[in-house]
Ligand binder design. Structure first.
Ligand SMILES: [Ca+2]
Ligand SMILES: [Ca+2]
Length: 173
């Protein structure tokens, strides 16, 4: 027998509590999904913005930023210093914390191994985020080098790896 003032939950009360917990859980999950999508959108905008900034600099100065010897490779001085001096773009970090960089890079993932190119790159990106970006703004193709789906090694947007965090490369062509 229960004493007065010491009663447990009735079934109706329990049901109400479960509904409320369910609603809260749903809101939290939707919230984290929205945050994830916002971060993906932010990276896409950053990559496109820097890509456009590089061509704006090229139009204005007749060479690529960071390519003072005009050999077509961004490898002479940090292009962000020149982009900032021209008020074209500023250096930022991605929503996942890594700084964006613009350089001529070797070792960019390629269907034949690696390749070299001018690129915008940033590290510390969750691999699922990288995959979604490739699906949304690039070719969305899983590579076949030499194991299946070891990353996305074709198109302008590339990375290699299948777990954890990866470096993403956006090739400037
Ligand atoms: Ca150069
Ligand atoms: Ca790709």
């Amino acid at each position: 027998m229960r004493k007065n003032g010491d009663r447990g939950f009735t079934l109706v009360e329990l049901a109400i509590v479960l509904v409320i917990v369910g609603l809260l859980l749903g809101a939290v999950l939707r919230g984290s999904e929205m945050i994830r999508n916002a971060r993906i959108k932010s990276i896409q905008n950053d990559l496109r913005g820097y890509y456009a900034a590089i061509y704006t600099f090229l139009d204005r100065m007749g060479r690529l930023p960071g390519d003072t010897d005009r050999d077509g490779r961004i490898d002479d001085t940090d292009p962000f210093n020149e982009l900032e001096a021209q008020n074209i773009a500023v250096r930022k970090s991605s929503p996942f914390g890594g700084n964006y960089n613009i350089w001529w890079r070797t070792g960019i993932p390629d269907t034949h191994g690696t390749t070299s190119a001018n690129c915008i790159y940033v590290g510390n990106i969750p691999v699922q985020v990288a995959r979604t970006i490739d699906d949304q703004i690039d070719d969305g193709l899983a590579d076949n080098y030499p194991q299946n789906d070891s990353g996305r090694r074709s198109g302008n947007f590339r990375y290699s790896g299948t777990s954890g965090r990866v470096t993403i490369y956006y090739i400037i062509d």
